[in-house]
Design a protein around this ligand. Structure first.
Ligand SMILES: [Zn+2]
Ligand SMILES: [Zn+2]
Length: 138
């Protein structure tokens, strides 16, 4: 397992020690919540990881379909949880030397023009991403 923790260390987390497909979300909500685009692990269900320090975790319902978590003490962003399938997406910054490959950029049309990421990625606009999501649910 790969260990991670928030800035103050009250919330700790362990996820499988595998190479992750890293997705970057450029949406405005992620930019506000994380202070920058959200570089995320692939989705994990709660039986695949351990999250401790529950009393220090504040959950925030950012939309009807998702909750975001942060540490009550230090304010570190901890996760994005999709309520539909109960999948958790963790910011890669919580972990040291996480292995992964940057594969996807979503809400690409929301990305500010003054930066871009290197590497070959699948880039989806908000519309393309939501169309794909909607198709999968059918
Ligand atoms: Zn903390
Ligand atoms: Zn986002």
């Amino acid at each position: 397992m790969k260990q991670g923790h928030c800035l103050c260390g009250e919330v700790t987390l362990s996820i499988p020690d595998v190479s992750y497909d890293i997705t970057v979300c450029h949406c405005h909500m992620c930019q506000r919540f994380f202070g920058s685009p959200f570089l995320s692990t692939s989705g994990l269900t709660s039986d695949q990881f351990q999250l401790s320090g529950q009393t220090s975790i504040q959950r925030y319902a950012s939309s009807e379909w998702a909750e975001r978590g942060f540490c009550k003490t230090c304010g570190s962003s901890l996760f994005y949880c999709s309520l539909n399938d109960k999948e958790y997406y963790f910011p890669i910054g919580l972990f040291e030397q996480l292995e992964g490959i940057l594969t996807n950029e979503i809400f690409y049309n929301c990305k500010p023009e003054f930066y871009s990421l290197e590497g070959q990625t699948v880039k989806l606009t908000e519309e393309e991403f939501l169309t794909q999501l909607f198709k999968e649910e059918k």
